[in-house]
Every structure is written in C-alpha cells, then in structure tokens.
Design a protein around this ligand. Structure first.
Ligand code: TXA
Ligand code: MG
Length: 324
C-alpha cells in the first residue's frame, strides 16, 4: 500500500526524533536518518553492518537547498543539477559545515542528490532538512526496490517503512564527482553516461569495475546469496545445463533473444529486452532466484550503453570475489 499523508507526517516525526525511516526513491529504497544527527547517522551503519568509513548520500528536497549543504559549487554541478534533478544523479561536492563527518565517512566531500519520487520528496519536504540514506539493505547485498524487500531484510531494525510502491528505475543513482578539474563518473546508474555527456558537451571517463576508486565500492557488492557467474550470452543455456547436471540448483538470466530456448535449470528469468525494464527488474530477479533456493546464477552482461552500463556494473559486482 502506498503511503498516506499521515504516514509521511509520522515518518518525518521519526526522523526528527533521531529514528530511522526506510524511504522510497525512484532508484531503490533508502535507509534514512536526519543528516545533522550524528547518533542517528551512526545507527545507519550499525543496522546495515557497513564500515563507518563508507560515505553516505545526503538527500535534499530540491536543488534550491544545495548551497545550504555544500561549498564551492562549480558551474558544472549547477548545470547537471538543473538538468537532472529531481532524478537519479548524485553529485560529489565539497562538504559544508552542516554535514557531519559521520555522514561522509570522514571525507571533506559529500554526495548529494534530489530524488524523483513523490512520496520521498513529500517526506523531505515535511521533514525540512537533509536525509542521509544508503540503500536499505545489509552491507554488500542486493538493494531493495519494494517496501517488502526492506521489511524482509531489515525488519524491526528500521523504525518506519514508508511505502511508495516499487521503485521505477531499479538501479542506484549515477555518481558524478565534480570536485576535480573534469567531472568523472564514480558509479554508473540511473542517468546514462550518454545523457550526461550530451549536457556537458564532453566525454566522461567511467571507472572499470576492477579498480576500486570509490570508498565503499568493494568488488563484491549488490550480491545475492547465490554465486553469480557471467558468461557470453550465447553460452548461457549450455553453461546452465552443465552446472545443473553437476548438482547445482541453477538460476538462469536468459537473454531475450533466447526466450524460447529449452533450458535445463532450477529457475529461469527471461531478461527483458528493454534496458529500462531490465534495470527496473534486476534486483527483484536476483532476490527471486535466491528465494527459489538457487545456489548458482548464470547470467551475461548486456551491451554497456545507456542503462546497460549500470546493469553490467551491478552484475559484475555481484559476480565479484566474495569476502571469505
Ligand atoms: O540511488 C541511490 O544512490 C540510492 C538511493 C537510496 O538514493 N543510494 C545509494 O546509497 O545507493 P549507497 O550508500 O548504497 O551508495 C552510495 C555510494 C557509495 O558507493 C559511496 O561510496 C558513494 O556513494 N559516496 C558517498 N559519498 C561519497 C563521497 N563523498 N565521495 C565519493 N563517493 C561517495
Ligand atoms: Mg548500496
């Protein structure tokens, strides 16, 4: 059920009292706290099981509040904010005094964004301040795209879950660092590289998954319980059959062009051919295969254009080496 006005008031009250609220955004659900309350921010890290050195994103109710939270905003940042906010773009800027170091993991920069979700924005407006929120999942696991995902994963650890329905975009925001000489993408996400480049009028560098540049971006992240193995699209069916024969409970991400192919596997998800639909469904698919008891997921990465870049990034991280 989607949140009512009284739910929004209640959630704002929880934030004011130093509590944690799971809030809907257009990308994924966030685990929110009053950005200016270090004790509440510290609780986010405990609930997530996230190292306190990993910085959080501060969510604002509108671009007009940007200067209350950051310093030395370059023209590039204003241009991007004007074009993409509210929306799935996070800007890394110089931290202003209002942002406690607890929220930035000790960094002098801070990540900020204005989410594009009516319920999330209504909460930010009712609360009136900034809300620090990482994705509302345990550290390293798959981000939640419905209120039920949050309840299933965090349960009583969160004081209030504000239900805004399923998240439309389905993958996290694109993070752009605008503190250097040239803007750079730290994490591909809901705003495409092509759209950013069109606005900026210059090419943007994208980090390779193997290099860890952003604090908090370990190789294995966004990972389901099942091990994820990536193969070429045309090998998905054969690899799945082989692994199933070897005794695995195999979940398959079947490429759209193979939709009618017979597959020997425990569970099959046919991947949507539209990248927007794929991004929207991605985390739900991973959760579903976990739920069906798969111990191995065979998938392939889409062409790394448009939203395909963010999808490929998340799949590569899900398939990355896990801490033993
Ligand atoms: O779509 C999203 O961005 C979602 C929704 C809830 O807004 N949030 C999200 O938060 O994905 P989280 O904490 O799961 O990921 C935030 C990323 C982390 O990888 C963190 O390292 C990076 O943002 N980040 C935050 N502050 C940063 C900073 N000052 N410099 C560089 N990276 C930063
Ligand atoms: Mg996250």
């Amino acid at each position: 059920m989607t949140a009512s006005t009284s739910d929004i008031e209640k959630a704002a009250g929880v934030l004011r009292a130093g509590g944690l609220v799971a809030l809907p955004t257009e990308t994924v659900y966030g685990l929110g706290a009053n950005a200016e309350d270090p004790a509440a921010v510290a609780r986010i890290f405990r609930v997530k099981g996230r190292p306190s050195s990993h910085p959080l994103i501060v969510h604002l109710g509108g671009a007009e509040y940007l200067d209350d939270w950051v310093e030395d905003v370059p023209a590039t940042a204003r241009l991007l904010a004007e074009h993409f906010w509210p929306g799935p773009l996070t800007l890394v800027l110089r931290r202003g005094p209002r942002v406690p170091l607890e929220a930035t993991g000790g960094l002098e920069t801070v990540a900020v964004r204005v989410p594009d979700h009516p319920v999330g924005l209504a909460l930010l407006s009712a609360f009136g301040g900034g809300v620090t929120a990482p994705s509302a999942n345990r550290f390293g696991s798959v981000s939640p795209t419905t209120a039920d995902h949050v309840r299933a994963e965090l349960g009583e650890a969160v004081d209030f879950v504000l239900d805004g329905g399923p998240c439309e975009v389905g993958v996290e925001s694109t993070i752009v660092d605008v503190t250097g000489d040239a803007p750079s993408i730290l994490r591909p996400g809901g705003v495409t590289r092509e759209d950013l480049e069109a606005v900026l009028g210059c090419p943007l560098e994208v980090p390779s998954t193997s290099r860890v540049r952003v604090p908090g971006q370990h190789p294995s992240h966004y990972a389901p319980r099942a091990r994820v193995v990536l193969v070429e699209p045309e090998k998905v069916v054969a690899e799945a059959g082989l692994a199933q024969e070897l005794g695995h409970r195999v979940g398959v991400f079947l490429p759209a062009f193979l939709a009618d192919a017979p597959v020997k596997a425990h569970a099959v998800v046919t991947v949507p051919s539209s990248m927007a639909a794929y991004a929207h469904g991605l985390y739900g698919f991973l959760r579903e295969l976990d739920q069906q008891g798969c111990d191995l997921i065979i998938a392939s990465v889409p062409v790394e254009e448009g939203l395909g870049l963010a999808i490929a990034n998340r799949l590569r991280r899900a398939a990355g080496p896990r801490p033993s």
